[in-house]
Design a protein around this ligand. Structure first.
Ligand code: TYD
Ligand code: MG
Length: 453
């Protein structure tokens, strides 16, 4: 029996200390140290037994292992950079109920050619079966195991010999070597390290599902994010059906690709053409609506921005925004007030981005102010017009990145006019596109352009 040692571990960042400390010197969190038992000597000796690598010439290292397993989910492949790399460990984080288990099970069920082992510590096999039935016809090559003990999981992995392992979730795993409860920093760290070692030795990819904290970060030690190869975030608004999968770390591809899904009764449906659903064609012109040609990651799409400006019913005007940063909205309102002379200080301003998506692209500014001006004056913006431009503090409209892509997407969606910054380089731009490209340099100019006065 290995000798047990007591240490105090910060539950936020995983730093250890022999004594209890009130405030973590590393992450500066208060009251985050908890007592934990770790095995003393025996742990070290087992680590030392690992085979030692020898230096190899870069040209002689085989790259065969980097071949990817292409899953049936096109969006999932896209976010990973073309598919799952053999031996990679992928961490998927997201709020409870957002659809992480559904996404993972769907990848497993739809990949008929791969034998998958779905290990759940959160649900019973009956519950998983019910979910699998909702997702519909799928692979008969997918095994379900409800287990949380790491050693027993290892034994089952040996028996089943899967080509892909899914762990739902890493916080429920428990290694017998440690006294601390499942979900504690040392358990998460050790279980993840153990699984990582298995993935690298056997070249079997592992998908880990992780919980997130109240603040929105992945629960558990930061080291977890360091040791895995890919970190994916699954996000969306619970009141809406759209979900966005984005990667914040990817050792095998770009982190700027996003995947879009729609949660339906029979699982997650991939959204191949987001512009079609995020833009509503109205029967008649209505005020307070403007379309932004935005880019998320590398992906251009058009999205509807809605605004309502009305006289404040109470003393203090309200500013409310869904899907757009409230501070940025306040900044844009201040620019309209100070630089362009619009009296908005005594008005309530509400802003909404269609589909419950979050817009962080600064190019949405132009559509936001157009929607606000349109609602304030009660004059509709022409439905065939869309916008792509950032608004600066002095009221100038600034050029944005990936303009060509935005213009192409707008043209593809049947828009006839796009408003961009007059500081954007126009060389050959108009020639290549049928859509009429309008340029504005200042907010006042935009106002005149939109409403002809
Ligand atoms: P789930 O995958 O359990 O979320 P997580 O693992 O992130 O906690 O899915 C949660 C929600 O998705 C649940 O509230 C029900 C809904 N859902 C559907 O709308 N359609 C479906 O086909 C499935 C399987 C789930
Ligand atoms: Mg789940």
């Amino acid at each position: 029996m290995a000798r047990l040692k007591t240490v105090y571990v910060c539950q936020q960042c995983g730093v250890e200390s022999p004594k209890w400390i009130g405030r973590c010197p590393s992450c500066k969190e208060w009251n985050s140290y908890a007592e934990q038992m770790i095995p003393g000597a025996s742990k070290k000796s087992s680590r030392e037994k690992l085979s030692r690598p020898v230096p190899e010439l870069v040209s002689e290292i085989s790259s065969a292992n980097e071949e990817r397993i292409s899953t049936q989910s096109h969006e999932f492949n896209r976010v990973l950079g073309g598919g799952i790399v053999h031996g990679s460990v992928i961490l998927i984080g997201g709020e409870p109920g957002i659809g992480k288990s559904t996404l993972a099970l769907q990848v497993a069920m739809h990949s008929r050619a791969i034998r998958t082992l779905y290990i759940s510590g959160e649900e019973s096999s009956r519950q998983i079966k019910l979910r699998a039935d909702r997702i519909g016809a799928g692979s008969d090559n997918c095994y379900i195991l409800c287990e949380t003990n790491l050693e027993s999981i290892h034994a089952h992995i040996k028996n089943v010999n899967p080509g892909l392992i899914i762990i739902d979730s890493i916080q429920t795993l428990k290694s017998g070597n440690f006294e601390s409860p499942a979900g504690s920093v040392s358990q998460i760290r050790e279980c993840a390290a153990e699984l990582l070692r298995y993935a690298k030795e056997s070249s079997v990819p592992i998908m880990l599902i992780g919980h997130i904290t109240k603040e929105g970060g992945l629960a558990g030690p930061k080291v977890l994010e360091h040791i895995v190869d890919v970190v994916l975030q699954f996000e969306g608004d619970h009141n809406y059906l759209y979900r966005v999968l984005r990667s914040s770390k990817n050792r095998y591809g770009s982190t700027s690709e996003i995947g879009l899904y729609e949660m339906q009764d029979d699982g997650l449906r991939e959204v191949a053409n987001p512009s079609e659903i995020l833009v509503t064609r109205h029967q008649e012109d209505i005020s307070g609506v403007a379309i932004s040609a935005m880019v998320d990651g590398l992906r251009p799409f058009l999205i509807e921005i809605q605004s309502l400006v009305s006289s404040a019913a109470y003393g203090t005007p309200q500013r409310s925004s869904t899907g757009f940063d409230l501070r940025r909205l306040s900044m844009l309102l201040a620019v309209l007030e100070k630089r362009a002379g619009f009296r908005l200080a005594s008005k309530d301003v509400f802003l909404n981005v269609a589909g419950g998506l979050k817009v962080t692209d600064p190019a949405a500014d132009l559509a936001v102010i157009s929607a606000i001006l349109s609602s304030d004056t009660d004059l509709p913006v022409a439905q065939n017009t869309c916008f792509a431009g950032e608004v600066g503090l002095s009221g100038e409209i600034r050029p944005v990145s990936r303009l060509e892509q935005r213009i192409t997407e707008a043209g593809k969606m049947g828009f006839q006019k796009i408003v961009i910054s007059s500081f954007s380089k126009m060389e050959g731009l108009q020639k290549n596109h049928k859509i009429e490209i309008l340029q504005a340099g200042k907010v006042e100019q935009l106002f005149r352009m939109l409403f002809n006065n």
